[in-house]
Design a protein around this ligand. Sequence first.
Ligand code: ADP
Ligand code: MG
Length: 339
Amino acid sequence: MEFTPISDLGEFGLIDKIRPYTNEQENVHLLKGIGDDAAVFEVPAEQVQVLTTDALIEGVHFDRTFTPLRYLGFKAISVNVSDVCAMNAVPKYLTVALGLPHNMSVEMVEELYAGMQRACELYNVQLIGGDTTASRQLVLGITAIGFASKEKIVYRSGAQVGDVICVSGDVGAAYAGLKVLLEEKKAFKEADIRPDLSGYEYALQRHFTPTARLDIQRYFSEMGLQPTAMMDISDGLASEIKHICKQSNTGALIETVHLPIELETRQIAERFGEDPDTFALFGGDDYELIFTLPLSQIQDLSEKPFTIIGTIQEPEMGIHLLYEDGGTMPLEGNGFTHF
Ligand code: ADP
Ligand code: MG
């Protein structure tokens, strides 16, 4: 790939380069996208706006030595869309604050935007502005805006005793993918052997290109479901359960046998001599949704695109894991800090 220094184009030249990647779809509600001091859009009548920001920083959130920029762009959009989705709002617009180090070329920025464009198309969201500065490491600060009617918004605080706790997709795979990458990087540095990533495709894909579960949100809407509490899984299932219980003032019982874990994740955990449940509970970066539903809402559902992993309990019960053999173990405090 060519290496055109960003200084050859300058800030405005660079913005012109990335503009074609900001899919300028027909949208009568967007009065001004990129090109002025700020973007302007109409807010749908009777709806509230939902706004969120997340930063991805090189060396903290990703390792540029093994992260393809296209994937990074895709992931940066996904994690922000996921936060809007976790409020049960429909994401619409994004802005991107870019901090670019000198060792990044124009072509590399285009790769990054190609990944962002793919995500924008997938989620039907529009990039409507941003900011570009020099920086010591690559920094991606993304803001996402979405809309919903007030009644549809789901907070972390609404879980009720007796509600079932549900998780979309599967958990632990993103962390398993990261473990494999870190291990292979180490092997590569020490022995200069070619990394062998075959057999780990699913976990790597989960790590590099997680997708926000807007399909689950559409399912809620189609089925007339309204979760009582919801959040997306970024820090790990255990951490998110604690957040929901704390904010809802409840306890919870999680049945470990029901944790949705893919076979590949189990195999990777085994390779590292670890418990797959640990990956599932503490791994993080899955961007699946965890939500609570009243029993009355799930009774008539046939095939569900989610797994029931436990129930919301009285606050005095605390948060416990229930094992297949009937044994329990508290999930509170720091008793389980694997990472
Ligand atoms: P200002 O100096 O008024 O903040 P800028 O020169 O920073 O304006 O930006 C010009 C236009 O380009 C604005 O519409 C801004 O939103 C957009 N823009 C700047 N950087 C980016 C970026 N990295 N990605 C997308 N849009 C950008
Ligand atoms: Mg600016």
